[in-house]
Design a binder for this molecule. Structure first.
Ligand SMILES: Cc1ncc(COP(=O)(O)O)c(C=O)c1O
Ligand SMILES: Nc1ccccc1C(=O)C[C@H](N)C(=O)O
Length: 421
């Protein structure tokens, strides 16, 4: 194992992003590898929360329009800060609601079924909340049987051709993940979008596991809409406000879930009973924005815009590449299945490994300061994050994993998941 430590130290010495590590609160002797579930707190995120609290303290109601961070425009402001991460014009991006609410909002707004074209295409590996929301829309529109699921051949990843094969004239809308939450596979968003549009289908992506980990070019690819959460790679904190992109060509369509914060800002306080929708993405807001849950993003996103998503991606690939190399070389005898695709253009920011004792292994790792997460039925997800993890972190995490396998301590932990796995 010694030679891996040397490699890790060499990579760390060469790491242009290592300066950001000190900006994050990382526990002593903790190898945090769960940034794709909940990113760590940065000092800048903490400071921006305190700044917003201070505005509340000193400005009261005038905080909506006064001060350096007027709350009335904060959803749009954070949208602007996220635009570069997804390759979109700032006027098409917004911070609002939760991911799930944004799925309800975008799908309800853009789904325009006819008698023959009413299906919604998803995939069988999709995150449950996405499916619940899409099914609810179908039910409400009287097309409860319209959910079409692309199948996985191996139970972990998807083939682009298999998805495209299902795109026919009966499909009205498609919702797919950009990066699969379990396997970490990246879908070919550009090709899927082209294929969907050739068949006249609206297509959107859930970027929860891709934003902040990989670059996107949503505008160039012509993607119709996208949703994402901001508490994973973007480090916005638990329950931080989610993101939303809708292509400008759809901005004239009135949103389905209407509320006064989706109204034209100039006329909002006229309090008229006729909805006067904002002409742009702002229309997708519903009620009063969750200012305190947006505040950390002001600081957290500043780091991304400074570091640049291209460099973040380059380091992330090197981190997961190093991890995969070590797994291949040192872990063959333990019976792990490495599920994450190998090619760099098909691998997001995390690695999924399968083992029949995965829950016990996950618990044993946590007891030794390595923080991955367990995903039922038998997988451990490990996400080394470019902004705050080092190559030495990866080395230590895997060294501890090897020790746990060698001495069998994972067996002491049973093999059951926790309430929040
Ligand atoms: C792919 C994906 N979609 C949706 C969600 C749910 O998002 P939210 O709880 O913000 O609605 C998550 C994680 O929580 C996720 O990983
Ligand atoms: N929102 C959460 C609340 C509590 C615990 C985990 C989450 C996650 O985000 C899990 C993540 N979506 C996943 O890919 O499993």
């Amino acid at each position: 194992m010694e030679k891996w430590l040397e490699t890790a130290r060499r990579y760390d010495a060469d790491d242009q992003l290592s300066k950001y590590r000190d900006e994050f609160y990382i526990g002593e002797n903790l190898y945090y590898m769960d940034g794709n579930s909940l990113g760590l707190m940065s000092r800048r995120a903490e400071a921006s929360v305190l700044d917003v609290m201070d505005d509340w303290k000193t400005l009261g109601i005038d905080g909506w329009t006064e001060g350096e961070r007027p709350w009335f425009y904060m959803s749009e402001r954070i949208g602007e800060l996220m635009a570069g991460l997804i390759g979109a014009d700032p006027v098409s991006v917004l911070a609002t609601n939760s991911t799930t609410v944004n799925i309800h909002q975008t799908v309800r707004t853009l789904y325009q079924p006819t008698e023959d074209r009413y299906k919604i295409l998803v995939d069988e590996l999709n995150f449950p909340s996405d499916i619940y929301a899409v099914q609810a829309v179908l039910d409400d529109y009287g097309h409860g049987d319209g959910l079409l699921k692309a199948k996985s051949r191996d139970g972990h990843n998807l083939e682009t051709e298999d998805i495209i094969a299902l795109m026919d004239e009966s499909v009205a809308l498609i919702l797919l993940p950009a990066v699969l939450y379990r396997s970490g596979q990246i879908l070919d968003m550009e090709r899927l979008t082209r294929a969907a549009h050739e068949k006249g289908i609206i297509i959107g992506f859930d970027l929860c596991h891709s934003i902040g980990a990989i670059p996107h070019e949503l505008k160039d690819w012509g993607v119709d809409f996208a949703v994402w959460c901001t508490y994973k790679h973007l480090n916005g904190g638990p329950g931080s406000v989610a993101g939303l992109y809708v292509h400008p060509k759809h901005h004239h369509k009135q949103v389905s879930l209407r509320g006064w914060f989706g109204n034209n800002k100039e006329s909002q306080f006229d309090m008229d009973h006729t909805f006067d929708p904002a002409a742009d993405i702002s229309q997708y807001q519903i009620g009063t924005p969750h200012i305190l849950s947006m505040a950390p993003l002001l600081g957290a996103l500043e780091i991304f815009n400074e570091a640049g998503i291209a460099d973040v991606r380059e380091k992330s690939l090197k981190l997961t590449g190093f991890m995969l190399e070590m797994l291949d070389a040192e872990f063959e005898k333990y019976g792990f299945e490495i599920v994450t695709p190998r090619p760099a253009d098909a691998r997001g920011g995390h690695v999924l490994i399968g083992h029949e004792n995965a829950a016990g292994i996950n618990a044993a790792l946590k007891s030794r300061g390595v923080i991955p997460d367990f995903r039922a039925p038998s997988f451990v997800r490990i996400a080394p994050v470019a902004l705050y993890n080092s190559f030495e972190d990866v080395y230590h995490a895997l060294k501890i994993l090897k020790e746990i396998m060698d001495d069998g301590t994972y067996k002491k932990f049973g093999n059951r998941r926790g309430v929040v796995a």
